[in-house]
Write a protein of this length. Sequence first.
Length: 387
Amino acid sequence: MTNFILKTFMKDYSDNKDSATRKKAGFLSSTVGIVCNIILFVSKFIIGTIANSVAIISDAFNNLTDCLSCIITMFGYNLASKPADKEHPFGHGRMEYFTSLIIAVFIIIVGFEFFKTSLSRIFNKEEMDVTYFTIIVLVLSILLKFWMYLFNKKMATIFNNQAMMATSYDSLSDAMTTSITLIGSIISLFTSFPIDGVIGLIVSGLIIKTAISIIKDTLDELLGKPADKETTQQLLDIVMSHQGILGVHDLMIHNYGPNNMIASLHAEVDAKQNVLEAHDTIDNIEKEIFEKMKIMTTIHLDPIETDNIQLNQYKTIVRKVLNEIDPELSFHDFRMVVGQTHTNLIFDVIISDKYRDKNQMLKEKIDEQLKLIDNKLETVITFDSQF
């Protein structure tokens, strides 16, 4: 069914990073969501009213909120697809994240409202009137929501879309929620216990949990979480595949929305290489990264000495010292200044989170080890975070 809808309404979606294609995909996803959620709201509200079930009615309004979320998402896609302008030189791609945040806020409001309603139902018992028709409608709604989960997840994977992924998980949560409602409705046929209110509490709790999860994921994107390992590794592989590149460091990837990333890095080359040739290589790397990954990259040319015997000896010493302290430590931008009374070794050390706020302690360990090898060695160390 998902493939049929894609092929019918999006003849060509192979260029999944094109803004116009992403806009069409967003419109399609939102339209499917609006239609399905209206059907679910109407059917659940009717059977919930007939059965006098707060759990079913809360589930219905959860679907109505999903419908509203789809409408908001549709506007979000339109804004996100706008090209860069003077006020927003990096485009409007982050609107997709704000859209996810708005969706989550609506979800959490609905969850709290029905939490209160469910508590009231527990303390003020009311009879339910569940029929086989009620059960059939709930089963069909579970199947429809599970299909919506599969549909949106596939769309999110194809288009690397955070809002669609949030919608897919919301659909899965809805399917689980309705399943619990169904179980409660069946149990209510055999007991006078206020199972409807209890199920309502569980449903509202799941709704709130889903919202909190979406908020966390969205805030991570807005605050600037590191690029995923696959993206980072692919970019590094492209750089290192070019002849003349000896190493890479100080890589930073900034996310301005799905498929709208900007990167900067230092590429090490032999200091004796022709500058024009090295610059031409850098241009080709930047071009290849954009063609293959759609990432605008700025590369700093970092010349290093490769045939300085004394420098290489000190490099080997520092590498051994760092490995003894912690095999995960590495360094770059290694230079030396030789004097009559001492030799300065100047380099950057890449550290992980476990050394956060422990730079001075780590430097003292390095200096201590180096002094045991050569008392004239002094260090000037810059500590870089591992992201």
